[in-house]
Design a protein. Structure first.
Length: 346
């Protein structure tokens, strides 16, 4: 049973920590607060501080909790995991909406809210486990590639707009020339990212096996497969639950019903990762063209008068559910098997 709850509010250079001692859901001592440097020396000082305040309680009664802020939180989280302490990284949105009405807003208050969240929910939260070095590398390169693609699109759109809206001038010629040069260099960097992604996957047996299974499905290419592995921690993050992954992708429909006045039909939620949703949308469009079973399913629903966007979302759900089942059973895509599932679900 946990008795020491440490809430951590991360920032770039420092982090605030609030320690709560509790028996069950009842605090048994005043909370304590301290600020530490967000580097290795600060991590060590945090552990010493908690030991001094814990009054001899064993470390298996401690739990550290913080918001998942990416680069700012990963250093301490990995340090605590390697040192044998329980650490969890939670979604900031969940913590915020569990806090009730708040009037104050500062780092000390935030760390207190996080500590209270850990105290009330420690039996439900998932403990932090670092990604493998290969998966971490894959994530960084994938996100870097995505940022390069966005830069390329921004340059291309601006260059083409100037060609349409401006007459020939020195400024237009200058922008066109420099944009062309930058786009060429970005294309080279994107190509190197693609090569690095393939090398990273090929060098790791587990990643390579999952990658081969995923890409056996028509419509799923390198980027979609990489995205799925990165955001699901190679299918370890969501307990192999395709419904949870569909929620994260923003393709799971939810209804709204309350009393007699609120009763809307199920819709997808905008609260989702839109970047990875757009990648899956491209995969669905490709699958409609390349997979005869999915194409026939699409045509059947069109003939029944279903809206194309609804059909596309159905296809994305079916693809995602099939992908999770393929990875769980360690089998490659079998169109006849998937067809039977789709036929029974249609």
């Amino acid at each position: 049973m946990k008795k020491i709850f440490i809430g951590i509010d991360f920032s770039k250079e420092k982090f605030d920590a609030t320690l709560i001692k509790a028996e069950g859901l009842k605090e048994c001592a005043p909370s304590m607060h301290e600020v530490f440097d967000n580097k290795t020396s600060g991590f060590r000082r945090l552990v010493r501080w908690v030991k001094a305040q814990s009054e001899g309680l064993p470390i298996d009664t401690w739990i550290f909790c913080g918001e998942n802020t990416g680069a700012y939180s990963i250093g301490l989280s990995n340090y605590l995991y390697a040192s044998g302490y329980d650490m969890c990284l939670e979604c900031a949105y969940k913590i915020k909406h569990s806090a009730g009405i708040l009037r104050a807003k500062n780092d000390k208050t935030d760390s207190m809210v996080i500590a209270e969240y850990a105290m009330r929910n420690y039996d439900k939260i998932r403990l932090h486990k670092p990604q493998s070095s290969s998966l971490t590398c894959l994530r960084e390169v994938f996100l870097y590639r995505h940022s390069l693609v966005r830069q390329k699109v921004a340059l291309t759109v601006r260059r083409d707009e100037k060609r349409l809206t401006q007459e020939k001038s020195d400024a237009r010629a200058f922008m066109s020339f420099t944009s062309k040069h930058l786009i060429t260099e970005i294309n080279k960097a994107i190509y190197k990212c693609d090569q690095k992604i393939k090398e990273t996957i090929a060098a790791d047996d587990e990643l390579r096996e999952i990658f081969d299974i995923i890409t056996s499905m028509p419509g799923i290419g390198v980027q979609n497969a990489t995205c799925l592995m990165v955001y699901t921690d190679n299918f370890q993050k969501f307990d192999m639950d395709s419904r949870k992954i569909a929620c994260y992708y923003g393709i799971a429909p939810f209804g709204r019903q309350s009393g007699t006045s609120v009763n809307s039909r199920p819709k997808v939620s905008p609260f989702a990762n839109r970047m990875i949703k757009s990648l899956l949308s491209q995969a669905a469009l490709a699958a409609i063209k390349s997979d005869i079973n999915i194409h026939n399913y699409y045509q059947r629903l069109i003939e029944r008068g279903k809206h194309p966007l609804l059909i596309h979302n159905n296809i994305k759900n079916k693809m995602l559910h099939a992908l999770v089942a393929m990875v769980r059973d360690r089998i490659k895509y079998n169109p006849d098997y998937v067809y039977q599932i789709n036929k029974s679900a249609a």
